[in-house]
Ligand binder design. Structure first.
Ligand code: AKG
Ligand code: MN
Length: 238
């Protein structure tokens, strides 16, 4: 991780009674940043949540459309949202929204996330289940209009550790003065334009500011990841 060059701030929890919550803030530049709290939720609590969600959430593996082709989404999913919100559509798929009242545990998890992020507000949740190293999420940005221009997305990880990659989007025009096509320029991007986080059991990663406008992220396949990982991304729909 290229944290040294990037004004990374590492701090320990102020309350000595609290589990040490190593927090790292990476300034991505141009009004984007990522906060990573490595141990937000104690391990035992995280495993309880993991097993409950693994067994009780109505997981589905929908067919999605990417570049005009239909694929089975390479992970299970479930969507929860407050009533009356604009419906979510991604990759040609519109998930049915379950209610927070259907799964009261999700409200407890939301409270724990909000405790770490005072002043934040979330009204929807996309859950993902990666059933092994072949499951993944490809490069994308959560830049749907319904999240507004500077969405805060808080992502809690439970279970098997996986890598999370962030990569700067190519400039639309030749913003660096180059005549090369965008795809070629992306390949040449410098190290400051890429970051990797190892997402631990019980960790929280928060993307803020213009991260969805200027960056893409992914959780790639990993041959050695043999366990299940559950991920909860809390979002605000406007
Ligand atoms: O599983 C993760 O950590 C990321 C999931 C994600 O990016 C998404 O659901 O939009
Ligand atoms: Mn995403």
């Amino acid at each position: 991780m290229n944290v040294l060059k990037l004004k990374a701030v590492v701090s320990e929890a102020a309350n000595p009674n609290d589990t040490a919550k190593k927090t790292e803030t990476v300034d991505l530049g141009n009004g984007s940043d990522v906060v990573y709290i490595q141990r937000l939720i104690p391990s035992e609590q995280s495993w309880q949540w993991f097993h409950y969600l693994d067994n009780h959430i109505p997981w589905t593996r929908p067919t999605i459309r990417v570049f005009g082709k239909s694929f089975l989404q390479p992970r299970d999913t479930c969507y929860v949202a407050s009533p009356g919100l604009t419906e979510l559509t991604y990759s040609g798929y519109q998930p049915d929204a379950y209610s927070w009242d259907d799964y009261p545990l999700l409200k407890d998890i939301l409270d724990a996330v909000l405790k770490a992020l005072p002043g934040s507000s979330f009204n929807s949740l996309l859950l993902n289940r990666y059933k092994g190293g072949n499951d993944y999420v490809g490069w994308h940005a959560d830049d749907e209009k319904l999240y507004g221009s500077t969405p805060e997305i808080a992502s809690l990880s439970l279970g098997c550790e996986r890598d999370f990659f962030l990569k700067k989007k190519p400039c639309k025009k030749s913003c660096d003065g180059s005549d090369e096509p965008a795809r070629k320029r992306l390949k040449k991007s410098s190290h400051g334009d890429q970051h990797t986080f190892r997402l631990k059991h019980g960790s929280l990663l928060v993307m803020r500011g213009y991260t969805q406008r200027d960056w893409v992220h992914s959780v790639p396949k990993r041959a050695k990841a043999d366990g299940t990982r559950i991920n909860l991304t809390f979002r605000r729909v406007f």
